[in-house]
Design a protein around this ligand. Structure first.
Ligand SMILES: [Fe+2]
Length: 411
């Protein structure tokens, strides 16, 4: 009869423990299932208080990861280097009655005292493949009887299950920490990346006395326009970066040519017009996380009628990012002072765009650009990025009048 009862108790306990069988779960779920495991141990051994401790060898410190019948589990911890003594000895042994540690020379008195102060009576080491992880401790039996050898056997089996789960949880925690470290690292790297690109953009613009902030504005305009055209997020990001770097080839062009007020000689013109190819060659050595930046840089002076440079590409053969760049680059050039002429006003600039529709500029891109300006003028866009930089006081009625006749999106 007594054997039947013990067998039933063992089967019940193993069945209950199968729910705590070492599956990898989130930290929140682990805490819940670890508390359930402690409850099961207490139920099986007729006790009321129990704690699972994880041992951090680096600190070295025991800290509670689950507990039943004890208060302040999250703050429950105690320090001490028990690895060489307690773990080395106990991991090969069975659960131990801490009130009778006399015959166990490896059981350190401070550990026994700490557990005793918490009202614990029996402890078992938690380890997987000889790797100590922590311990489980429970108080005495609620019925006042002494634990039997069978109780210790049961605790030993349960400790094995709990150890596996704790081990997996420990691996998961380390993985999450590693993931977070890596994420922080890449975020920082991303900032450095952007800072470097902005520094390049500033270096490009510094060469030209008249184009301060040109690359930044081209980047802002082209990003807004790419969004208006519903390009994919990675394409929009590529356009934003290309906007900052599209004139990087000018680094190789003599400053006197860039800032020359009079007409350029054919030699000077050739040198200046080489900047898209030079920029392409510079950027081709950089492995960007976005596609197309090199080709946008190479093709930002192409025209849809095929009269541009360097490859005399036509229409759709020009990457969409380059068609966007061609328009906003020219628009910013027209609306800012240049060494050879003062800035055009908004009406004049729009007149130039209209005159070059389907010749220099892609009509669909122009249509979306006008649509974007209309939205900014009417206040329906989230943030105006073009109108504030045009450099003249423009009211919505004026903008509406100037844009009359421009298609929203040309065919
Ligand atoms: Fe350019």
């Amino acid at each position: 009869m007594a054997d039947d009862l013990s067998l039933k108790r063992l089967l019940f306990t193993l069945n209950a423990l199968s729910e705590f069988d070492g599956d990898v779960v989130s930290p929140g779920e682990f805490k819940k299932s670890a508390n359930s495991a402690v409850s099961m141990v207490l139920g099986a051994l007729c006790s009321t208080k129990g704690v699972i401790f994880f041992y951090d060898r680096g600190k070295p410190e025991f800290s509670a990861v689950a507990g039943v019948g004890v208060t302040g589990v999250d703050e429950l911890k105690f320090k001490g280097d028990f690895y060489e003594t307690w773990f080395e000895g106990l991991r090969k042994c069975r659960p131990l009655d801490i009130k009778r540690p006399v015959r166990k020379p490896y059981f350190p008195a401070p550990l026994g005292d700490a557990l005793d102060r918490m009202g614990m009576r029996v402890t078992a080491c938690l380890c997987v493949k000889d790797e100590p992880l922590g311990l489980i401790a429970i108080d005495g039996r609620a019925d006042g009887q002494e634990y039997t050898q069978r109780d210790f056997d049961l605790l030993s089996v349960m400790a094995g299950h709990i150890s596996l789960s704790l081990h997996n949880q420990h691996l998961l925690t380390r993985l999450i920490r590693k993931y977070n470290d890596n994420r922080d690292f890449y975020e920082n790297l991303g900032h450095i990346y952007y800072d470097t690109i902005y520094a390049f953009a500033a270096a490009i613009d510094a060469k030209d006395a008249y184009t301060k902030g040109h690359s930044n504005r081209v980047s802002m305009y082209s990003t807004a326009l790419a969004r208006e055209m519903n390009l994919a997020p990675e394409e929009i990001e590529g356009v934003a970066i290309a906007g900052l770097l599209h004139d990087i080839g000018k680094i190789a062009v003599d400053k006197s040519i860039i800032n020359k007020a009079g007409p350029l000689t054919s030699g000077e013109c050739g040198e200046l017009n080489s900047h898209p190819v030079v920029g392409y060659e510079i950027l081709s050595r950089v492995k960007f996380p976005w596609k197309g930046i090199q080709m946008i840089t190479r093709s930002h002076h192409e025209r849809v009628d095929g009269a541009g440079y360097p490859d005399r590409l036509k229409k759709d053969a020009i990457p969409i990012g380059a068609r966007i760049m061609a328009l906003v680059d020219a628009f910013d050039a027209m609306t800012t002072d240049r060494p050879y002429r003062p800035r055009l006003n908004f009406r004049e600039a729009m007149g130039e765009v209209r005159a070059n529709l389907s010749r220099q500029f892609d009509s669909d891109v122009v249509g979306h650009f006008m649509s974007l300006i209309r939205k900014e003028a009417s206040g329906s866009s989230k943030r105006a990025v073009i109108i504030p930089f045009i450099g003249e006081r423009l009211n919505p009625a004026t903008i509406k009048r100037v844009l009359e006749g421009f298609p929203e999106t040309a065919a």
